[in-house]
Design a protein around this ligand. Sequence first.
Ligand code: ADP
Ligand code: MG
Length: 701
Amino acid sequence: MTNVPEMFGSMVFNDAVMQERLPKETYRSLHKTMETGNELDINVANAVAAAMKDWAVEKGATHFTHWFQPMTGRTAEKHDSFISPQPDGRAIMEFSGKELIKGEPDASSFPSGGLRATFEARGYTAWDPTSFAFVKDGVLCIPTAFCSYGGEALDKKTPLLRSMEEINTQAMRILRLFGNKDVKHVWTTVGAEQEYFLIDRKLRDRRRDLIFCGRTLFGASAPKGQEMDDHYFGAIKPRISAFMKELNEELWKLGVYARTEHNEAAPAQHELAPIYTTTNLACDQNQVTMEIMKNVAAKHGMVCLLHEKPFEGVNGSGKHNNWSISTDTGVNLLEPGKSPHENAQFLLFLAAMIKGIDEYQEIMRACVASAGNDHRLGGAEAPPAIVSVFVGDDLAEVLSCIEEGKPYKGDRSGRMEIGVSVLPSIPKDSTDRNRTSPFAFTGNKFEYRSVGSSQSIAGANTVLNTIMAEELGQFADELEKAKKGDFNKVLNDLIKRTIKEHKRIIFNGDGYSEVWEEEARRRGLANLKTTVDALPAFLMEKNIKLFADHGIYTEKEMRSRYAILLDTYNKIINIEAHTMIDMTRKEILPAVSRYNGELTQTLESKMAAADRLGTDIAHNMEEETLATLSELCDRAMTEVVMLETLAAKTDFSDDLERGTYYRDRVIPAMNALRATCDNMESLTARRFWPFPQYGDLLFHI
Ligand code: ADP
Ligand code: MG
């Protein structure tokens, strides 16, 4: 039997361990630094480093690394040994405060989007004491932020930490206005549900598209897909449950509260839901989760696919980023309260979110844009590319009563008035029915469902934190001016006006339908279908101003994110196009040609026999199949030559032109080639097909 409480967090240098192992004075100053964000005294750093090293060595660590989250969306680590040679030939294990708080990795192999001049290749990593260090594979991992020498963020964590500070500042102003004196700190919390596919390793190894691109670029549908709805919450197969058991244990050791696991709607698709924690920890934990998923899958002879759309025709994968705001006194600020006073505060936070999403819908879409995620957003799959907010019918009714100053049904106290009326209880479950909304209020939190399964959640949460900070700041400005005694009236007017001005972003219907696209257009909402449409949001004046005003991204940093994301999109499409060309020329066409050869031979002997016997045949299998396949083969040849020609173009004036060209010319050519090849796949004898098919990949385990 595994002892979960004993195992849980056993590889994490968490608060309990710090309290136990650090001298009292050191622990206290460290905490103070964590709260104020000030620089750590070198003596304190030395003491923490020594305790951390002793602890890590006991856990089997021999090396340490500054663990950081560069713009690749993955994590990076460079291992250094604790071993320090001694003059007498022996070695001791050493780790200094300096090594703990600062590292200087070579930044030149990480994307910087123009931030790092070539003569200044070095960047530095700085310890983030608000995230816990942990031991993974014999290495002490120290979560760090990664910056250029000029101080610009080269990673995903730095802006996220800045946004955590900013929302704290602005939310505290609001709480003080509501007379709250106890709360000292506000932070956002996140629980990121992670979807993934598991497939057999040996099968994966025979498909170059999965190896190079993480998704299938070809594949005719299997006779069975997800139409029977027999996978979702279905019984978990032994091989999968062995994987899940080990995954849970590995994550528990690292302090990740993996709580629920179940099969998803698509065959071979699963989901892991963690228990929520503060946003920067949730972000670290999600990165760790993705890494451990891959490692554990490998141990079980499987491959974990985190791509947003590994298979055509079955659901893709996303991350449901559940987001809320909490106080250090344990109050969830998005929880509707029981008293009129609490409700007034709740409605103010709700209104701020609605306003923020409406005003910054383009950057909400841009922060989840990627080549992979384009297959979900803007593809034939929920959630749609149009950003809207789902609040559910009950809450929508409340908001409309506030806007119109009407009584709420069943409320005998008269008009729905903020600070006076009690909200109806809003059952959590009734709010979560709508699975098509990109951004849904689910009772006491918002669920941002557009995040891609392979993406870091840092970008999306940086945006959420910042737009919320902006709106709360604006509200605080207005409310702070209210004269004593007028507060409720000013508050009422503010919320009423906000609802009136921003209700166009609220949508409770089917986000999947064409009717909504029509309706959204009438409402003037953005519909940024592809990454190329979405990324220019990083350069919009209002967005640059927003992030600069709050000190989250400088304009330079915004431009660098734009450049990196666009470049990544272009590289991905380019690799996909070349992988398709390679597979078509070297595998698919030769295979179909071989089958055609066999058909030709059989046909000849058959025709000779038929002549002799004088039989009449209704359908000549060989003749018909051969005719169709020959024609398709030639068409595929034409299409692959076309794709080669298109993919060879390199003279673009900039990356946006290149991306636009990929979107408008290369991707359609890829789609055409795929359609022809999939058609051939469905007509070719199985033993001739050169790689595993959908039926094998999806139903093998
Ligand atoms: P369900 O979606 O099945 O109703 P929950 O609502 O409990 O389950 O949780 C879904 C996800 O939302 C979980 O990952 C959970 O940790 C997270 N979550 C719950 N409450 C919060 C919160 N206040 N802040 C952030 N995430 C939360
Ligand atoms: Mg969910």
